[in-house]
Design a protein around this ligand. Structure first.
Ligand SMILES: NC(=O)c1ccc[n+]([C@@H]2O[C@H](COP(=O)([O-])OP(=O)(O)OC[C@H]3O[C@@H](n4cnc5c(N)ncnc54)[C@H](OP(=O)(O)O)[C@@H]3O)[C@@H](O)[C@H]2O)c1
Length: 187
């Protein structure tokens, strides 16, 4: 198996991916970022997320995905989504889950939430961090384990990743996406 592992998240200025009610508010949704995220997921061979982080996009049904859940033990096809595999990482490895989903290569997009991002923290080739600098979500849900005690930048740097040049996604709101790349990789 040969995968390229990429992470995707958009965070508020204080590092939150959701508000205090554990929902992603509309104030954290921007057309430029949505387009960037949709196009990235269209390139992915496989998407990986927790049970509350389905991306809800027009092409979602076509995409292969692993959905993390503690509700099952053995790898199972999701009865509601034929392209989705329910995966409990206590009972099957990532490689076993990929084999079950019949994916052996390509880009794997990790899209959250925080515990799922954390599981792959030492495996990202690139983590695409989108930031909305004009929005704060006090008391919200930090994008990574350890946020807001540490900033998302500090967390990514502590796992050996360094930032490239940011791309502007929304000029009016100053929203950017920055690729954080693992030093061990050259691409
Ligand atoms: N801003 C962004 O870019 C962004 C990105 C992602 C998510 N979000 C938002 O963040 C919120 C979701 O947060 P969340 O913390 O609930 O995350 P989540 O990871 O989507 O859902 C958590 C659930 O996933 C399952 N899970 C996660 N890790 C697991 C593990 N290691 N083993 C077994 N099961 C595991 C568990 O499901 P069971 O209960 O079935 O066991 C758990 O209850 C949503 O509002 C979402 O919209 C925002």
């Amino acid at each position: 198996m040969s995968f390229r592992i990429e992470g995707y998240v958009i965070v508020s200025a204080d590092g939150m991916l959701a508000d205090a009610s554990h929902t992603m508010p509309d104030s954290l949704k921007f057309d430029g970022d949505k387009l960037f995220f949709e196009q990235a997921l269209d390139r992915a061979a496989l998407i990986v997320h927790g049970r509350h982080s389905h991306e809800q996009q027009p092409n979602s049904a076509r995409r292969k995905r692993l959905i993390l859940t503690g509700k099952i033990k053995a790898l199972t096809v999701d009865p509601e989504m034929p392209n989705a595999t329910l995966w409990n990482p206590d009972y099957a490895s990532f490689e076993e889950a990929c084999a079950f989903a019949d994916v052996a290569s390509g880009m794997v997009a990790i899209i959250g939430g925080p515990l799922v991002f954390d599981m792959f923290m030492d495996r990202y080739d690139t983590f695409w961090l989108s930031e909305a600098p004009q929005l704060r979500l006090p008391g919200g849900e930090g994008c990574f384990v350890g946020v807001p005690e540490r900033t998302p930048h500090e967390v990514l740097a502590s796992h050996g990743m360094t930032p490239g040049e940011p791309y502007l996604l929304d000029a009016e709101h100053g929203v950017t996406v920055t690729p954080w790349r693992a030093a061990r990789r050259t691409t």
